[in-house]
Design a protein around this ligand. Structure first.
Ligand code: NAP
Length: 398
């Protein structure tokens, strides 16, 4: 993979309009993921348990069999890697189904695995329409586990279809993650880093911090800096080295963002920047900041999956926390404060699988990644992923 970073990156960038520098980072990440699981395996095992009866009780982890990995189009290569690597390391065979919009790097992964000497058949790549190929995989009796990343709607269908065969499922689904900024935080740092925590990958990110809660006393200061940082973001040709944000993946995906923003406008919400097509050619949409939001607004509650952020002030921690948790999702989020006790209190109270304190960086190869509530079941990455691709067997020696 390391010898082919540029080929992988170019394929991804051409396929879905991902900025080339991001595509390179993601190709590199894929290699790191395989490296991590090659090593992690030697630290992954069972336990010796002190049970009654005088015998010896041990647990072992065993492979499941054939795993179906169904992945989306927003981070096609790293997500394919973070499913295939731990599943293969744990001793399973994998059938990888990429999203219809982004098959290229999945096919490349299959080719590279073959060239690297992985025995034939252990990693198969099967592109095709989700409703046909995906569903057939989920229902097939020889598939023991379905590892799915995609929308909550399809995830629910996958879970339903898997239930007949009591298939193991792990689901990484949608999000509407909060970014919580207290007045005692380093406002400049929070405002400088936060725009890319929602606009990176043109907002097509399940972890996008699309609901920003700012303590009222610093709202104007934070907002001014957030707008300034946003207006400096370079939107353009994905193949240009300077580009930070490319187009959306499809016309349909841009229409989703436009429809949310149009509705907000019609309801009298304020578009502080963006809300337009910055370039004629391509499915571009400028990074958009919306204020004056009410908590019932669709744009505040639903996943937009485009470059759109809503910023709202809060007065007291209790009401804010209630609003943060008033969401069917619970994937990611950030808390900005210099008060350690508050950071701990909030980090424990926010219903979310992953949180960053004074940072927006929350996806790490070595640490579990996944959601609470309708953001999913199970965990990718870290040692937790190995647990998700193995059965736990208990053996008692009498
Ligand atoms: P999607 O429409 O749910 O599709 C995901 C995958 O499922 C695709 O490969 C799709 O194939 C396949 N599929 C469609 N119908 C299926 C069916 N009936 N049975 C089995 N598989 C089926 O999601 P997307 O639009 O590609 O991705 C965007 C969503 O993914 C967002 O909601 C985002 O939040 C979520 N996401 C979550 C995470 C996370 O880790 N939590 C990470 C990234 C993305 P086709 O492409 O052929 O339809």
């Amino acid at each position: 993979m390391r010898e082919n970073i540029e080929i992988i990156a170019q394929a991804e960038s051409h396929n879905i309009g991902k900025p080339i520098s991001d595509a390179r980072d993601e190709a590199e990440l894929g290699a790191r993921i395989f490296e991590y699981y090659a090593g992690a395996l030697s630290h992954f095992g069972g336990q010796t348990l002190p049970v009654g009866g005088g015998g010896l009780d041990i647990t072992v982890r065993e492979p499941m069999g054939v795993v179906a990995a169904i992945v989306p189009w927003n981070f096609p290569f790293p997500i394919a890697c973070w499913k295939a690597a731990p599943a293969l390391a744990a001793g399973n065979a994998v059938i990888l189904k990429p999203a219809s919009l982004s098959p290229l790097t999945a096919i490349l992964l299959g080719t590279l695995a073959h060239e690297a000497g992985l025995p034939a058949g252990l990693l198969q790549v099967l592109p095709g329409p989700g409703g046909l190929i995906g569903e057939a995989l989920v229902k097939h009796p020889l598939i023991r586990k379905v590892s799915f990343t995609g929308s909550t709607e399809i995830g629910s269908q996958v879970m339903n279809a898997a239930s007949a065969g009591i298939k193991r499922v792990s689901l990484e689904l949608g999000g509407k993650s909060p970014n919580i900024v207290f007045a005692d935080a380093d406002i400049a740092a929070a405002a400088a880093s936060s725009p890319m925590s929602v606009f990176a990958n043109t907002g097509q990110d399940c972890c996008a911090r699309s609901r920003v809660f700012v303590e009222e006393s610093v709202l104007e200061e934070y907002l001014d800096q957030f707008i300034q940082s946003t207006e400096k973001i370079v939107v353009g040709d994905p193949l240009s080295e300077a580009t930070q944000i490319g187009p959306l993946v499809s016309e349909q995906q841009r229409t989703v963002s436009e429809t949310f923003v149009k509705e907000a406008r019609e309801n009298g919400r304020m578009i502080r920047t963006g809300g337009e097509r910055p370039l004629e050619k391509g499915f571009y949409y400028s990074p958009t900041i919306v204020t004056g939001i009410e908590v019932e607004d669709r744009i505040w509650r639903e996943e937009v999956f485009g470059p759109v952020v809503c910023i709202r002030p809060f007065r007291d921690e209790e009401t804010m926390l209630r609003e943060v948790n008033d969401s069917p999702y619970g994937l990611s989020g950030s808390i900005w404060t210099s008060d350690v006790k508050r950071a701990i209190r909030l980090a424990r109270a926010v219903e979310s699988g992953v949180l960053g304190i004074n940072t927006n960086s929350t996806v790490h190869v070595e640490a579990p990644f996944g959601g609470f509530k309708q953001s999913g079941i199970g965990r990718d990455l870290g040692m937790s992923a190995l647990e998700g691709y193995t059965e736990l067997k208990n053996i008692y020696f009498g």
